[in-house]
Design a protein around this ligand. Structure first.
Ligand code: COA
Length: 404
């Protein structure tokens, strides 16, 4: 029998540091009025130097587990949607698995840019429906501030950092994720992209010069084209997901869209012939946090009591790829009394999980040393001494850097 995937926990994390439009206008040619009028953004949060995409994801996940009141060992799968992982591998999901001590969980990252959360939610619901797992942690997390060209006023004003997480659990009770629609159009990939350091013939390190170009791994965007794409797809995919769930727009209580630009939402509301009040917006406070934006908005909507049991909510995302998608979810939980959640006890477990992880690393190093094999650090040092790096030929790279 197919199972229903219900949202039983949610949590978010925003870095403390707030960057206002006024502050931004001191370093780049822009102003508060323009940003507010053209995007709806007033401020964004910026990760501290000791925060990473994985650490903020962990904070959001820990809060979601507190609400769900389940232990990390009950999680069968962790899916992290992100475009700003610290590493191509290990995945951010594996790092979160380690921080949580989720010892029975599979873990992987999912790349669908700003639609990542909707894609991950759909994958998680399918995994639950087919009973391959019963509890899934879905996280959207980004440190967009690290991939922005802070001199490019067409992009740096838009994005912010943050993380949001939900816990999904299988049940035979109808409800939860009712439908999902996922779409893509790779022909528009060049409209919004984030190159990696690996996308040239000569692998380079961040910040190097190759063939006369500064190898950027910052976001590149054709804002007008992306705007046009978004206004074309958002209303349609919402309508399709609602129909697929066997509902009509009148049955929908709240739409939680990806927070990219308030004008995109206004256009979608107009096309659907509904009031913009039916869309939840927190873009003014957080900016565009890419894959984190929908779960962050969900947490704010719950905190503001905009969701009640038996409400039907639509999540809709769009972004790089191009990708877009929507899910209809029956909301069936009342926010719990957090006093009774035992979060302190769970926090102690995370400290223990980190200690166990460190111990396992130490054991691995010790047994390697005893067996006479070099440690990973020694291997890297050795490779560097020989003038090679794992990614390719350093010599060729250095020559082209010198030419510039
Ligand atoms: N501050 C002040 N002026 C700016 C500016 C800024 N940050 N950015 C652009 N301008 C200027 C332009 O130079 C241009 O000036 P001109 O008329 O003298 O030539 C004018 O404002 C209009 O520029 P334009 O690029 O047409 O602005 P826009 O109304 O399209 O708004 C975006 C730009 C980026 C806000 C808008 O295109 C957008 O939101 N696109 C979608 C981006 C997005 O959501 N990406 C993520 C998707 S997940």
């Amino acid at each position: 029998m197919l199972k229903y995937a219900h949202i039983i926990g949610w949590g978010s994390y925003l870095p403390d540091r707030i960057l206002t439009n006024q502050e931004l206008a001191k370093t780049v040619d822009t102003n508060d009025e323009w940003i507010r009028a053209r995007t709806g953004i007033h401020q964004r949060h910026i990760a501290a130097s000791n925060e990473t995409t994985a650490t903020i994801a962990f904070e959001a996940a820990a809060r979601a587990l507190d609400v769900a009141q389940i232990n990390p060992s009950e999680i069968g799968l962790i899916i992290v949607a992100t475009s700003t992982p610290e590493y191509v591998f290990p995945s951010t999901a594996c790092r979160v698995q380690d921080y949580l001590g989720a010892r029975r969980a599979g873990a992987f990252d999912l790349s669908a840019a700003c639609t990542g959360f909707v894609y991950a939610l759909s994958m998680a619901a399918n995994a639950i429906a087919t009973e391959s797992v019963n509890s899934v942690l879905v996280i959207g997390t980004e440190t967009m501030s690290r991939v922005l060209d802070w001199q490019d006023r067409s992009t740096c004003i838009l994005f912010g950092d943050g993380a949001g997480a939900i816990v999904l659990r299988g049940s035979s009770v109808p409800g939860g994720v009712m439908s999902s629609i996922l779409r893509s159009d790779g022909s528009g990939g060049d409209l919004l992209r984030l190159p990696t350091v690996y996308n040239t013939a000569i692998p380079v390190l961040k910040g190097s010069y190759v063939n006369g170009h500064h190898e950027s791994n910052t976001i590149e965007m054709d804002g007008r084209q992306v705007f046009r794409f978004a206004t074309k797809v958002v209303a349609n995919v919402i309508a399709d997901a609602v129909t697929k769930a066997g509902l009509t727009m009148d049955d929908i209580d709240l739409i939680i869209p990806h927070q990219a630009n308030s004008r995109i939402i206004e256009s979608a509301a107009k096309k659907l012939k509904i009031s913009t009040d039916r869309f939840y917006m927190n873009i003014a406070q957080v900016g565009n946090t890419s894959a984190a934006s929908i779960p962050l908005a969900l947490c704010d909507a719950v905190a503001e009591r905009q969701l009640k049991p038996d409400n039907n909510v639509v999540f809709v995302g769009f972004g790089g790829g191009l990708t877009w998608g929507a899910s209809v979810v029956k909301w069936d939980v009342t926010p719990p009394d957090m006093e009774e959640r035992g979060s302190e006890w769970r926090r102690t477990r995370y400290v223990a999980a980190r200690a166990r992880s460190k111990l396992r690393q130490w054991q691995r190093k010790t047994s390697a040393r005893l067996a006479g094999s070099p440690t990973p650090e020694a291997r890297l040092k050795d490779a560097d001494k020989q003038g090679t790096i794992a990614a390719g030929d350093n010599k060729e790279r250095n020559q082209s850097i010198k030419k510039d």
